[in-house]
Design a protein around this ligand. Structure first.
Ligand code: KMH
Ligand code: ZN
Length: 273
């Protein structure tokens, strides 16, 4: 079994300081949270950015500021900027961070309900995102919120419309309106990915750690962080992303799975060293 890649989704676009005061908005706060996650064992940071007042933005300038500031403190970390942004943003808006030529970026694999909202990812949008990532040599992290998203993205990959093998999937399970976070659903998804692919599991809310434990046992990788869950345990807010990463690392330790450092994670993900 490969070493375990821990990803921290430190910020997201939807969670607020009202829900947990440690949610980062400013560049300094984003760096603080990235560093806490890295120190606890995260090799990968999934980044969204906000205005200082918390408003989500996909501004290229704001992403550049955040990425530069993170790399200054933790130069070897792998950063996966979001092209999902926040519900309601246009494709052009969402694509801005790809102009910075990151080594990876998320690519969302289909339209779905997202709580009371609809997260729009039409097939023409996915083609446009895939084309941009092929042109800019960015490895996508394919985010699947629904079972059908996997088939959609595999068909686009077969046609060469999005980057192909080796593919990295992130199965985000438990969003209200999408596929539930069960081990059964995760197993079905994993069974249907091409040989040689890598995958990460993300459980939303109280499902974060049970799904992480399943993924650790199955040989997959794990994402935790404020984007997905604000609590360390029932009723106890996490003080930092680092606390959430440390908990995932403890579970891995108990299950005998070693944690990958960024260089090892780059190798597992077939990224340039
Ligand atoms: N904010 C969600 C609507 C991504 O980063 O690619 C979408 C999202 C996905 O967070
Ligand atoms: Zn995201």
């Amino acid at each position: 079994m490969d070493k375990l890649i821990l990803t921290a989704a430190i910020c997201g676009a939807e969670v607020t300081k009202e829900q947990n005061p440690a949610v980062p908005y400013t560049i300094d706060e984003i760096v603080r949270e990235a560093k806490s996650a890295y120190d606890a064992g995260a090799a990968v940071i999934h980044v969204h950015v906000r205005e200082d007042d918390g408003t989500p933005t996909q501004s290229k300038a704001r992403f550049k500021e955040a990425l530069d500031a993170i790399y200054k403190v933790i130069p070897d970390v792998i950063i996966i900027p979001s092209t999902g942004g926040a519900v309601g943003m246009t494709a052009e808006e969402r694509l801005q961070p790809t102009e910075l030529m990151p080594e990876m970026a998320t690519l969302d694999c289909g339209t779905c309900n997202f709580g009371d909202d609809v997260f729009e990812n039409t097939i023409p949008m996915m083609r446009a995102f895939g084309k941009r990532m092929i042109e800019n040599k960015i490895k996508p992290e394919y985010e699947c919120f629904e079972m059908g998203h996997l088939d959609t993205i595999l068909r686009l990959a077969q046609r060469g419309e999005v980057p192909g093998d080796p593919m990295q999937f992130n199965f985000v399970l438990g969003v209200f309106g999408c596929t539930p976070a069960t081990a059964d659903n995760l197993a079905w998804l994993v069974k249907n990915i091409p040989a040689g692919s890598t995958w990460t599991a993300t459980g939303i809310g109280r499902h974060e750690f049970p799904l992480a434990a399943a993924a650790i046992g199955m040989g997959g990788h794990v994402r935790v962080g404020f984007e997905d869950n604000l609590y360390l345990s029932k009723g106890v807010l996490a003080k930092s992303n680092g606390e959430l990463v440390a908990k995932a690392a403890r579970i891995a330790h108990e299950l005998g799975r070693e944690i990958a450092n960024p260089a090892e994670a780059r190798q597992i993900l077939s990224l340039a060293p």
